[in-house]
Design a protein around this ligand. Structure first.
Ligand code: G
Ligand code: G
Ligand code: NA
Ligand code: MN
Length: 253
């Protein structure tokens, strides 16, 4: 399979780039942080979407070295931003396969130490599915991540089989409402009801709420009225390469 061969070579040659999507604090009108999203432009295959190669990497175990490359590149981005006087937390998507590895904590700590970039520069994004079967092991892993200084977000919230019990037991900082709830929020009352409920519940549980996939001003207005904390989506910016991100930051200030 061409994808397999090329992906293996790409991992060896670190043929990946990180893009960064700004997350906007709507009350303060500031950039609250960034989400790192991996991009792969291959000589033979052209641009391959992570929606395609991440699941393949997960099936083949290649996700572990790939994830380590991504974490390392996120460290490099922290250092690059520091050069420009910027300190914005970077959210890294962690695959459940990597998260569940016994040595996940050691693996991420080693990469951060090698780069001399402390954990408080990062947020870990795990999906609801990753943490759903809330084994004691999962809880203790999240607690240890928090102790190390990472912030923790639940990605794609609302799309798992939503066992709400884990929200009480896990040390979470943010819930990211999946974009399927945001998409028709301006026209569908039932979407509004769900989003409103998620925001209220999150605040009572001392979590911030990120709305994902926000594309229209109308959606921003509704989310602002519901006291949503942070907005991410094409309305403000698509994911950007570092040079364009620096321009975006400058423009925003
Ligand atoms: O960036 P884009 O919308 O094309 O991403 C498609 C999918 O790939 C999304 O589900 C996203 O979470 C996932 N993805 C993008 N970048 C990363 C990454 O760095 N690590 C992991 N594990 N998944 C990623
Ligand atoms: O699964 P995850 O939530 O990590 O996926 C994030 C991906 O969603 C990003 O890589 C990005 O390409 C995509 N995305 C971000 N903002 C928007 C948006 O406003 N609309 C749509 N359709 N996709 C978005
Ligand atoms: Na994400
Ligand atoms: Mn998401």
């Amino acid at each position: 399979l061409l994808l397999d061969a090329e992906l293996r070579k790409a991992i060896e040659n670190q043929e990946f780039e990180l893009y960064f999507q700004p997350k906007i604090d709507i009350e303060k009108d500031t950039i609250q942080g960034l989400e790192a999203l991996v991009r792969w432009n291959n000589k033979k295959l052209g641009f391959v979407s992570p929606a395609e190669f991440i699941p393949y990497a997960e099936e083949t175990g290649l996700i572990i070295p790939l994830s380590e490359i991504i974490i390392n590149k996120a460290c490099e981005a922290v250092i690059e931003l520091q050069k420009f006087g910027q300190k914005l937390p970077i959210a890294i998507n962690i695959s459940s396969i990597h998260f569940k590895q016994q040595n996940f904590l050691e693996s991420i700590q080693t990469i951060l130490e090698r780069n001399n970039t402390p954990a408080n520069n990062f947020e870990i994004e795990v999906t609801e599915r990753t943490v759903m079967n809330s084994a004691a092991e999962t809880v203790s892993k999240l607690v240890r991540l928090k102790q190390l200084g990472f912030k923790i977000s639940i990605d794609d919230f609302g799309t798992g089989y939503s066992s709400l019990s884990y929200l009480v037991r896990f040390p979470l900082d943010c819930l990211k409402i999946d974009r399927s709830f945001i998409q028709h929020i301006s026209s569908l009352d039932e979407k509004q009801a769900v989003v409103d409920a998620i925001i209220q519940m999150s605040h009572r549980l001392k979590m911030k709420v990120v709305a994902e996939g926000v594309e229209q001003a109308q959606q921003v207005d509704i989310l602002r009225k519901m006291n949503c904390d942070i907005i991410q989506g094409f309305y403000y910016s698509k994911p950007l390469p570092m040079n364009e991100l620096l321009e975006f930051i400058e423009f925003w200030e």
